[in-house]
Design a protein. Structure first.
Length: 179
């Protein structure tokens, strides 16, 4: 029974995470490559390892899972099953959790002196040609993110500003598993 419930939420998680991130990254003028990678790893790890168990979103998933297990045990009909699933709003819940994780990564990067910048269409096209997780891709983002001219001219405002845009995924920290 738990396997069926888990599969349901996994499908919802995959569909939420499949959305493409906007072409943005983080940088810090003059940062060395090793420090850039270390900061990326540490900040993205903070977002990934964030304890979400006490959030309303996590509690809603737990509650729905328990309801489904009870209903399945007593022979749930498809309408009741779907009503429970729809009632938890898995897409919205996963987006909320993702944003909480991203905020954690963003705060970590800002505290280390990084700023967000938007890639140009040309830069984004170049990035898409590089394999995710490759050294070449990390170096490409590093070169952009350590260039003061890029950081100044392509700056993206952070949370308090009306220019703020949706952040990249938690793994879009500088050089850390970018999309």
């Amino acid at each position: 029974m738990r396997l069926l419930t888990s599969a349901l939420f996994l499908v919802a998680a995959i569909s939420v995470s499949a959305a493409s991130a906007p072409p943005a990254s983080w940088g810090k003028p003059g940062v060395g490559y090793d420090q850039y990678r270390l900061d990326a790893l540490e900040c993205s790890s903070q977002g990934y390892g964030l304890d979400i168990s006490k959030t309303d979103d996590a509690k809603a998933f737990v509650s729905a899972s328990r309801r489904l297990e009870t209903e399945i045990g007593s022979g749930v009909d498809p309408y009741t099953y779907q009503t429970i699933v729809n009632g938890v709003r898995p897409g919205a819940r996963f987006r909320s959790i993702k944003q909480l994780q991203q905020s954690t990564v963003d705060e970590c990067l800002v505290s280390r002196g990084y700023s967000k910048f938007r890639l140009t269409n040309h830069q984004h096209t170049g990035l898409k040609k590089l394999k995710a997780g490759s050294v070449e891709r990390h170096m490409y983002l590093y070169k952009l993110g350590s260039d003061p001219n890029v950081l100044t001219s392509q700056s993206v405002a952070t949370d308090d500003s009306p220019r703020s845009s949706q952040s990249p995924t938690p793994f879009e920290a500088p050089g850390a598993r970018p999309q």
